[in-house]
Write a protein that binds this ligand. Sequence first.
Ligand code: MN
Length: 228
Amino acid sequence: MSRVVTVSGSSESTDYPRPYIDALRAVGIELVVIAPGGADPHGWSGLLLMGGSDVNPALYGEVPHTETQKPDDARDQLECALIADAIARDVPVLAICRGAQILNVQHGGTLVQHLDSVARHRQRNPENLGLPAHSIAITPGTLLACIAGNAPICEVNSRHHQAIARLGEGLRVSARDVEDGTIEAVERPDKRFILGVQWHPENMSASDARQAALFQAFADVIHTEPRP
Ligand code: MN
């Protein structure tokens, strides 16, 4: 079974990675959760960046907003190092929520520390994390558009108060909120698979084929040898 590595946050419960583990197991991938300062991972063929607490704004040259959470510097640092390693080896990266945000920061981009339209980006029913919260418009011709079967609009769940502001170098926008224009997905066209999504497909993939397709596409690239 192919192994994908991910980093846990210091403030998360040990149950937190479960939906990610299940979503990847469904496509034949073992998710290996590592903690900063733990054993060095080896033999990984993909990187998953999970959701979690806010990236330290110092990493993009800003002071913290009053709503910005306490930083987890060890996690920020390890994730940035793993992203750099994955890019250097053209290893697939799937970045979710906070993951998409740190992917952007690692590329030199910035974040909106607290969205004006934050209510729109929260689950109406917090008991069901898989329910759609708002719609996104997918940019035609992108990797995400291909995965979504070229559907122009897609419904997604949402539980974030931050978002990508200035885009990092080498990234392009692959989806935006249909109403407020918030960046909801980014990708790196020069690599095989580097995709960041602002929603949580791991909570939707069991019931939504389009979200399951995202994990399947990630797995398919992992199981394909890189071009020489
Ligand atoms: Mn959203």
